[in-house]
Ligand binder design. Sequence first.
Ligand SMILES: C[S@@+](CC[C@H](N)C(=O)[O-])C[C@H]1O[C@@H](n2cnc3c(N)ncnc32)[C@H](O)[C@@H]1O
Length: 260
Amino acid sequence: MDLDRDYEDRYVKLNNSHFIGWYDAQHLLPIYKLLSDSQKSSNLGEIGLYRGASVIPLLLCARKGEKVIGVDFYSHTPKDAENSKNILSGSSEKSTLYAHLQHVFSDDYIDRFVLLDRDSQQMIPADLCEPINGGNYRLFSVDGLHTVEATYVDLGNAYHVLSEDGVIIVDDYMHSTSYPGVRAGVDKFMRKFTSALRLVFVGYNKAMFCRPEYFEKYYTMIRDFTDNNAIYRKSDSWCRHDLFVDAKQFSAACYRDGTW
Ligand SMILES: C[S@@+](CC[C@H](N)C(=O)[O-])C[C@H]1O[C@@H](n2cnc3c(N)ncnc32)[C@H](O)[C@@H]1O
């Protein structure tokens, strides 16, 4: 039996059958796997797990010996409730996350997952490295608090623990109406660290960033895979309008120095 295939089928069915979060498995999972297959082994991580919709895909990419570190503040005291647009998960989401993991994976496979039930805003890069014995991350998803400062902090921490060939995936980057903080937080980081990262993909509610040295490789891989110069066409109900982005043009247009 091909266990990986089995896990993937179970996840896709679960994701399609009822609401578990925000992840376009049909379009994103193949791109995650494409990138993942080309990367050297290290670890994978996510800030902002909710019920697991986007951390399970990271687990699907995790190889034997790799860890998937997930950060969510499930045990927080709900002091941020006034920020109603931001989801703050509690203990019931934590139970649901584990129920979903158990639905998809065998127990020994779930051992690859480590939960840090913490406020990501109080974390430093070393906190992310500690559970992986000082290692680094090849795929890191930033999907926590969608404010400028929180995005800036989470992205900065993710960058500091990124492997050479690593990719950071930022949720809601183009969702400027509901979550302007995400784009503003990313832009703040990019302005401060001008040649740290380059945008290489925008699509299905995600933006992906890699080190400049890896841009051509990933850009070409994704372009050839999607069989189209334009990397992304958005048409589901999450975004209000279609978006069609060529990452090269997008970066050149938005950041005229062309560094990312
Ligand atoms: C948009 S949801 C994540 C959605 C999930 N990734 C998915 O695809 O379904 C944002 C998550 O970030 C978590 N979060 C918000 N602020 C946080 C913080 N300061 N530290 C850690 N997690 C936080 C929330 O509890 C919530 O589960």
